[in-house]
Design a protein around this ligand. Sequence first.
Ligand SMILES: [Zn+2]
Length: 107
Amino acid sequence: MKKQNNKEYSLINNSKNENDSWLDDWRIQGQEGYLMNKYLVFRTFDRKLCVEDYDQCEFCWSVFDKDKHHPKKAYYQPDEKVWICEKCYNDFKKYFHWRIIETEDHS
Ligand SMILES: [Zn+2]
């Protein structure tokens, strides 16, 4: 009796590109739809620039101004009014192709 060959099924779930694995990071929640190829301003966190006091990183939700006397520097996207912490910036910059604008702080 001839045995059925099941080898062809092993490739079915292998179609995902290895380079897309960053999309499985828990911090990615659709940001690739609106933050891709944007420019970011590296500056001191300013609550006034947040939407409805959303003072957290757009990716990991870490809070920026826990210490109000020493606000952190972070990456700000003016069109979307979102902030990105330095860690998430470094983790995702190669996928999002961000351009950075350095600004002087006036505070
Ligand atoms: Zn973050």
